[in-house]
Design a binder for this molecule. Structure first.
Ligand code: NAD
Length: 778
């Protein structure tokens, strides 16, 4: 083609990046890769192939990790743990810094290797993935340095098992390894079987910088290797990124083991365009939202919601823009959309799109043809879809956008939240008021205003609802790798001694407390409450599944009002509760004595103190503003989880209730609480205090009965957002929670968590990105 002709068509010329250095590196390992454990490489085992999805050609042979391999790697990580912890934050920071530097030095090799293995365009690996990887190690070198002061009282959780997907292979590795190492943990990481190469190059970098042996171990393999890692008893924490389906399996497998767990799962994120948006900017936003990384992005803006008044114009602009997207050789620097990771993923995308079309969707794809060899799929727009259709509900994980319209902002929010997922959302409007009004209403962990797919090491990232729990990045992410140290001992009442029962033997029948009203148990059965000497001292309702259902409904009805009330308002009510309880202190103390045989005055005093503490916190759990490398103000806003099911400790019937219910409601949650099974009368007395303290109906619901049966029902309930369980059968609760993957918190029996742990357990952080520019138009 002559220069004149090029000017005529303005076509891009080819601009290929050379694969030679990466292929040379691969050639050095032509006999196959082993695993990296204890600072050394194992001999290759049973091998499988990893291929270049753009060409279908084999790149390398990879070892399939076995249970025995996992055992060796975990042993190496366990052996390395004491030394790595003892190094201290400042000592570890030097290694994190060295990793960042070394990654930068090899950045082009990493970028090309990633593109070869995954199929994503070199422009993205070079300009986004690898720089962000280095950024994560730098940022966490900083956290390691500050750890001892910023996270005082906490220590490394131990050996971490980390499992990552294929869509951002090295970036996901850095999101996992950098915070773990900063915290003082050692790790065994399993990369995705489709994309293991950059993790193996990273292992070489660990050796190059002299990272102590066993601190980072890389074991390759498929799901069975991951399952062995999850099952290993010496792993104290599992960090998983991948599909919601596998996340559920891991939740079940770790239930009751005491392992810490974070799950970063799938998504179906809305991209909302209001009629006053800058439509051209929003079109570019859509390109980044769904055609970045071939749409293989967990937080891809895959559901476009456009205000009806601008829908036609917007879709026309979008279709015009789609015609200019270049699909092709990922190593070409002018390629926008590279190859789909593997033929199996390509087939899944194709199948879902066909199912959408069969259900009546209209399909638009640009005219330019895709390469016919390799796994390529064109950018695709589906319109005319209904909210229930398969392409609107299911994560496609490919370059496929579905579009719907809305009339009012309220309708946009309802459509946006009409998904079990909750990873991210983008809002486009020139009115910041409009955006800031919508952002808190969206059920998602990250909200981008007039932007999309922005990531940084300083800002936490993670899901609401079935997109998982836990955060990666920033201080929020650091907590995932820390445990409180030493554990706070259980506080025993100052005057713990058996005392006389004071002649009090009032036999009364207490009801359940649902929606602000006393309610008879549905079962029609009651439970007798006994004194320590075995006499009947009262009767409480025996709650069942239906009572729980009613209580959850009442709680849900109260959730928006209570969660949306100001912290100041909630504090007033908690102070009022404290005041009303103190009027009746003697009566409550006597009741404690009657049930437990222990002097009760101290427990009542501590309960009042707890109400004061949590009233104080109600308007002070502020969140923060993150400093990211992009020009954005990122508001990290703690939000209540919503409806919490709470099983109170057996001991200290009043304090056990108040010290868990008070933090939950102070931070805006509504609660269905199961009081102490053995000593429920303090709780049933307490509802009279609730009634007289302006606590709105439904904010606190009390269901007496068999604790583990009731909490299991709550854990299984799909409209409950979280469970706190203070008991011995964590497995029961964690297993039952898999339905909607609600967050569970099961502190070790016999310990009282710190206040900051309550603050984190009661909230989830939403990161709201608001862009700004230094280039003022005036
Ligand atoms: P996947 O769940 O199939 O696999 C993820 C990883 O888990 C792989 O390493 C795999 O080998 C391993 N694995 C599979 N079965 C396992 C088991 N039973 N036990 C332990 N490990 C097992 O997911 P994928 O197809 O590789 O990745 C795509 C998914 O990842 C999408 O759903 C996407 O949304 C999600 N994702 C989420 C995030 C996030 O931050 N939330 C980021 C990237 C990708």
């Amino acid at each position: 083609m002559s220069v004149a002709e090029i000017f005529e068509t303005m076509e891009y010329g080819p601009a290929p990046e050379s694969a030679a250095p990466a292929l040379e590196w691969l050639a050095q390992h032509s006999e196959g890769f082993g695993h990296f454990m204890g600072g050394a490489w194992t001999a290759p085992g049973t091998l499988f192939l990893t291929e270049n999805p753009a060409t279908g050609k084999v790149l390398a042979q990879i070892s399939q990790g076995t249970e025995a391999d996992i055992a060796v790697a975990v042993a190496a990580a366990s052996a390395a743990l004491p030394g790595w912890k003892a190094l201290g934050g400042a000592g570890r920071a030097k290694f994190l810094y060295a990793l960042a530097r070394q990654i930068q030095k090899h950045s082009r090799l990493f970028a090309v290797l990633e593109t070869l293995d995954n199929g994503k365009p070199i422009r993205e690996t070079r300009d986004i993935d690898i720089p962000l990887v280095a950024r994560h190690f730098y940022h966490h070198a900083g956290w390691a340095t500050l750890l001892e002061t910023e996270c005082a009282g906490y220590e490394a959780v131990g050996v971490c098992g980390q499992i990552i997907p294929w869509n951002f292979p090295l970036l996901m590795l850095s999101w996992k390894i950098a915070p773990a190492l900063a915290a003082g943990c050692t790790v065994v990481l399993k990369p995705a079987d489709l994309t293991p190469l950059t993790a193996l190059l990273f292992a070489e970098v660990c050796a190059e910088i002299g990272l102590p042996a066993g601190v980072v171990n890389i074991v390759t393999g498929d799901g069975s290797t991951g399952a062995a890692l999850v099952a290993h008893p010496d792993v104290q924490k599992i960090a998983f990124t991948g599909s919601t389906e596998v996340g559920r399996l891991i939740r079940k497998a770790t239930a009751g083991t005491g392992k810490k767990l974070s799950l970063e799962l799938g998504g179906k994120s809305p991209f909302i365009v209001f009629e006053d948006a800058d439509l051209d900017a929003a079109v570019e936003g859509v390109v980044d939202a769904i055609w970045f990384n071939q749409g293989e992005v967990c937080c891809a803006g895959s559901r476009l919601l456009v205000q009806e008044s601008v829908e036609e114009r917007f879709l026309q602009k979008l279709q015009r823009r789609m015609e200019t997207l270049r699909v092709g050789d990922p190593l070409d620097k002018a390629t926008d959309i590279g190859a789909i990771v593997a033929p199996i993923q390509l087939a899944r995308i194709d199948e879902l799109v066909k199912a959408g079309v069969d259900q009546g969707a209209m399909l638009f794809q640009p005219k330019a043809a895709c390469p016919t060899t390799g796994s390529f799929y064109p950018p695709t727009l589906l319109t005319g879809v209904s909210p229930a259709s398969v392409v609107v509900q299911e994560e496609i994980f490919g370059p496929v956008l579905v579009a719907m319209s809305f009339r009012t902002p309220a309708e946009a929010i309802a459509l946006a939240n009409n998904t079990p997922y909750g990873l991210a959302a983008s809002l486009w409007s020139e009115s910041i008021n409009q955006c800031l009004e919508a952002a808190p209403k969206l059920k998602a962990g990250t909200i981008w205003i007039n932007g999309t797919n922005l990531f940084d090491a300083a800002a936490g990232f993670g899901g609401y609802r079935e997109s998982g729990f836990g955060r990666e990045g920033g201080k929020e992410g650091l907590w995932e790798y820390l445990v409180s140290s030493p554990l706070a001992p259980v506080r025993v009442p100052r005057e713990a001694r058996l005392v006389g029962l004071g002649g009090r033997n009032l036999d009364q029948t207490a009801k359940l407390y649902i929606g602000g009203k006393q309610a008879r148990p549905d079962s029609g059965y009651s439970r007798t409450v006994l004194s320590p000497t075995g006499e009947s001292i009262g009767v409480v309702g025996d709650g069942n599944r239906k009572d729980i259902r009613n209580a959850v409904e009442a709680a849900r009805a109260a959730a928006a009002g209570w969660g949306g009330a100001s912290g100041h308002n909630r504090a007033q009510i908690l102070y009022y509760l404290a005041e009303n309880l103190s009027y009746r202190a003697a009566e409550f103390a006597a009741r404690i004595t009657q049930q437990t045989g222990q002097e009760g005055t101290d427990e009542v005093e501590q309960s009042i103190a707890q109400l004061f503490i949590w009233a104080a916190w109600a308007d002070k759990n502020d969140g923060s503003v993150h400093r990211t490398i992009q020009k954005s103000v990122v508001l990290a806003m703690p939000e209540p989880l919503g409806v919490l099911g709470v099983a109170c400790p057996r001991e200290q019937p009043l304090l056990g209730l108040i010290s868990v219910v008070a933090p939950a409601i102070a931070l805006g949650n509504v609660v269905v609480a199961v009081p102490s099974e053995a000593h429920p009368l303090s709780a049933t007395d307490f509802y009279q205090v609730l009634e007289t303290s302006d606590v709105p109906g439904g904010v606190v619901n009390l269901i007496t009965g068999e604790r583990d049966v009731l909490i299991k029902t709550l854990a299984e309930h799909d409209d409950v957002d979280g469970i706190w369980y203070f008991g011995e059968s964590a497995a029961l609760v964690e297993t039952a929670s898999v339905g909607n993957l609600k967050r569970t918190w099961c502190p070790k029996p016999g310990t009282i968590p710190r206040q900051d742990a309550f603050l984190r357990a009661a909230t989830q952080v939403k990161n709201i990105w608001i862009p700004y520019t230094d280039e003022l138009p005036w």
